[in-house]
Ligand binder design. Structure first.
Ligand SMILES: [Zn+2]
Length: 210
């Protein structure tokens, strides 16, 4: 599987898209050029007060780094996604999406860019989900390391061009994903992210993408 399939949709650099999924659909997030992070979040379509939970997922997996075979849970402890396949193997689920304030605090920008937080909120605005409800996302391809003293480092992603992660939706979801805007997270170049949606093996990307 490559990003060159004509049905892949593209998230342009420093932006976000929403995707509407049924239970059983597969969302494939592809890094077409390598070293590019994509923040993924999701809400239950039945009740958007139910959202993808970093804390629950790490707790139930008993590990920080989730990959093939692992389940991503909601705040109500219901499975939202299963990672079906992962050609990269290293992602982060601890740091919040990059944001306007983060760019002002950590990068010294006079007026911070919207970041993944703002881009996820913009993609989810049609579903009534505002910026204060954007949780810690599953940061696909993000390379965060922790040392024994608890120091946190954001390192260049380990993803190579064409690496991808396949997520199976375990409930009807409104999901949103970005091409991340944070320099340090993406080895200081802003690249696109590609994605596909499969339903029972058929490509429905065009129908699912918002
Ligand atoms: Zn970001």
């Amino acid at each position: 599987m490559t990003s060159n399939v004509p049905s892949a949709a593209r998230v342009p650099p420093c932006s976000g898209r929403a995707v509407v999924l049924e239970e059983g659909d597969e969302l494939i997030i592809i890094d077409p050029m390598g070293e590019q992070v994509s923040d993924l979040t999701a809400f239950s379509r039945d009740d958007t007060a139910e959202y993808l939970s970093s804390g629950r997922s790490i707790d139930y997996a008993s590990k920080l780094f989730l990959s093939t075979g692992d389940t991503l849970y909601s705040n109500r402890s219901t499975p939202m996604f299963t990672i079906v396949e992962d050609t990269c193997g290293r992602h982060d689920f601890t740091l919040t999406p990059c944001s306007k304030k983060m760019f002002e605090k950590l990068y010294g920008e006079q007026v911070g860019r919207p970041g993944c937080e703002g881009n996820l909120a913009a993609a989810l605005e049609p579903y009534g989900i505002g910026i204060d409800r954007i949780p810690t996302a599953f940061n696909v391809f993000m390379h965060v390391a922790f040392d024994d003293a608890g120091n946190v480092s954001v390192l260049p992603p380990l993803s190579k061009p064409g690496d991808y992660v396949r997520f199976r939706a375990e409930m009807p979801l409104i999901a949103a994903l970005t091409a991340c805007s944070a320099g340090q997270s993406n080895n200081f170049s802003y690249k696109p992210i590609d994605f596909r949606v499969l339903r029972a093996g058929a490509d429905i990307t065009t129908d699912a993408a918002r």
